[in-house]
Design a protein around this ligand. Structure first.
Ligand code: 6GU
Length: 229
């Protein structure tokens, strides 16, 4: 999978080389790069923003640098491109969406800052062959920019690529899996910690009982979660 993050802060993506994603990049399962949006400006100040038409607070990201940066990604690739435009007003990112995007050959994250990217950028690429546009938010709160949201999405998506995670079974059992249930609580040694005992069933050796208990606890947690939403 090829992944590009277009941003005015490429340094935000430094942590990507850590841990499992870093290993996946080393082993060429993932090809990750950042693109500095300012490389696609043509004035001395390398301007990427301007005041909003219609007035109001804040600045809006100019469409031209985005157009040039995204076109360069299109031209350098024969694959269909999934263009993810990060915005708090986008569709909420979730596990189902991660499961869908893991099938992408090429993902381009457009990390907006300020009050967002000129709306014509999304509008334009909706009409371009070989591009699928997704306007995405990671939750109901406002961040300073799309970079952290892109990191969240990249982690959620790339860990689903076969070979990225050591034990693929852990993908099936974990929270928000296909059946939409949340995981059961987990315990390890010592069996008594600060007066708190591990549930007896887990030390019983009865695998049928253990599986039943875990399903039940998982369901209980999902119900509690739904109630708190
Ligand atoms: Cl994708 N961007 C920004 N700026 N804020 C957000 C977000 C994205 N998702 C949730 N909040």
């Amino acid at each position: 999978m090829k992944i590009t993050a277009i941003t005015i802060f490429p340094e935000y993506f430094a942590p990507i080389k850590l841990s499992l994603i870093g290993k996946a990049i080393e082993s060429k399962l993932i090809d990750f790069k950042t693109v500095d949006l300012r490389e696609f400006t043509h004035d001395n100040h390398r301007t990427v923003d301007d005041t909003p038409y219609g007035g109001g607070a804040g600045m809006v990201m100019k469409p031209e640098p985005w157009g040039e940066a995204i076109d360069a990604e299109l031209e350098s690739s024969e694959d269909v491109l999934d263009l993810v435009i990060l915005t708090p007003s986008g569709t909420r990112f979730n596990q189902a969406f991660a499961n869908k995007l893991v099938n992408s050959k090429k993902l381009v994250f457009a990390c907006g800052r300020y009050e967002g990217i000129d709306a014509r950028v999304a509008q334009h690429y909706e009409k371009v062959d070989g591009v699928r546009v997704h306007e995405v938010s990671i939750g109901d709160y406002v961040l300073n920019g799309g970079e952290v949201a892109a990191l969240v999405m990249i982690e959620a998506i790339t860990r689903l690529i076969p070979g990225v995670i050591g034990n693929p079974e852990s993908l099936l059992q974990e929270s928000h899996n296909e059946i939409g249930e949340v995981e059961y609580p987990v315990y390890t040694k010592p069996s008594n910690w600060r007066g708190l005992e591990v549930p007896e069933v887990l030390t019983s050796g009865n695998h049928g009982e253990i599986a039943r208990w875990r399903r039940q606890e998982g369901l209980r947690r999902s119900e509690l979660l739904r109630k708190s939403e």
